[in-house]
Design a protein around this ligand. Structure first.
Ligand SMILES: NC(=O)c1ccc[n+]([C@@H]2O[C@H](COP(=O)([O-])OP(=O)(O)OC[C@H]3O[C@@H](n4cnc5c(N)ncnc54)[C@H](O)[C@@H]3O)[C@@H](O)[C@H]2O)c1
Length: 345
């Protein structure tokens, strides 16, 4: 085996820590550097993994010997950091949302293409065997003609959550939105992935229970590219985190996913493993319905490093990952203007 990829994580907060734990389980990658402006948590995370702490991504890029940068900073910082890493010749893995503006996304994709480095975006919920089965079942017509797809994400996030770590969450500049851009983006991504993209959206957003700039309640109606209609409702104002639900209704059946596992299925044929392609199986290998948070990151990172070693595009590619962000930007535009927002196919 060739030597493991040397990895630097930018952002040693909540999700940076999850990435470090994931890397510890992947033999083809070694965490060697952590860039984190807060010295105590930065040093702690680095030393727990035998890595070197740097105060900034620039220091890490100048002094650290690394092949890959994982961007795990507040969302609004992703484009500048990804571009800097790409220009230093490093492959880029970034957390969702890959960016919070279309311009930011364009800059990231262009820089990685021009520098000949890979860009992969974490969307770990796609790597569920049940989500993959539902996607293939819809494609094969097991639900008949899809007519509706609805998503529901009702979670609890306290005011303290929004104030933590400098209070970047719930701001337009750094979070790029609220319940929709930060939390429900996974559900928007699954809906658009299952239904082949979104044609248009009409939406409402409001802020009901938190002192934040962005929304904590949102409701949007979709027309999907496959002709079906649907919706997403999302909030961070619920009393606790309820299971995230996605339901698809077709002329010959219906299926419900809760936290990425099928909990109800009435389809023309059983959803069994024979529906999956070899590539699907590779992507979802080891998935369990009751897996803890972080297991999805480990599985996606394993695939990313395998693909990097093989010189093949790693999931989820930038052009694919931008779809959910573009839809959410459309949701915000519709909520702001009251107008229907259409998307180019
Ligand atoms: N895939 C998922 O399910 C998932 C879950 C949580 C968060 N995220 C994403 O991960 C990103 C980080 O979220 P989080 O919850 O870990 O936030 P966090 O606030 O817990 O951590 C962010 C860290 O980045 C550090 N930081 C700030 N500016 C920096 C800079 N210029 N360079 C380097 N580090 C810097 C902060 O000090 C902090 O420690 C966000 O984009 C978020 O959307 C993804």
């Amino acid at each position: 085996m060739s030597s493991p990829f040397r990895v630097g994580i930018s952002g040693g907060g909540t999700i940076g820590r999850v990435h470090a734990q994931a890397l510890a389980q992947i033999s083809s990658a070694n965490l060697v550097a952590v860039a984190e402006p807060q010295e105590d948590p930065g040093r702690r995370l680095a030393s727990e993994h035998g890595a070197t702490w740097y105060r900034s991504i620039d220091e890490m890029l100048e002094q650290g010997e690394i092949d890959v940068v994982i961007v795990a900073t507040p969302s609004g910082l992703h484009p500048d950091q990804a571009v800097r890493a790409a220009q230093a010749g490093k492959h880029v893995i970034t957390e969702k949302p890959m960016a919070i503006t279309a311009d930011g996304i364009d800059r990231m994709i262009s820089a990685c293409t021009e520098e000949g480095v890979e860009l992969a975006v974490i969307f770990q919920n796609r790597l569920s065997a049940d989500v993959m089965l539902v996607r293939r079942a819809i494609e094969r017509g097991y639900l008949g003609k899809p007519v509706l797809a609805n998503g529901a994400m009702y979670w609890h996030r306290s005011q303290e959550y929004y104030q933590a770590n400098g209070g970047w969450r719930g701001t337009w500049n750094l979070d790029g939105g609220g319940a929709m851009m930060n939390q429900a983006i996974h559900t928007v991504d699954l809906l658009q992935w299952l239904m082949n993209g979104v044609t248009s959206v009409q939406a409402y957003t409001t802020t009901l229970t938190h002192d934040i700039e962005t929304e904590d309640v949102a409701s949007a109606s979709f027309w999907f590219n496959n002709g079906a209609l649907g919706s997403i409702t999302a909030t961070t104002s619920a009393s606790r985190d309820y299971p995230v639900r996605v339901e698809v209704i077709g002329t010959e059946g219906r299926v419900t996913l809760e936290n990425n596992a099928v909990t109800l299925c009435e389809a023309a044929k059983p959803l069994d493993d024979s529906l999956l392609t070899d590539e699907d199986r590779e992507l979802v290998e080891g998935w369990r319905a009751d897996e803890p948070f972080g297991a999805g990151h480990t599985r996606q990172l394993k695939t990313i490093f395998k693909r990097l070693a093989d010189g093949v595009q790693a999931p989820v590619a930038g052009a694919e990952a931008r779809r959910a962000v573009d839809i959410i930007l459309g949701i915000y535009e519709s909520a702001r203007t009251g107008a229907l927002v259409k998307f180019a196919r």
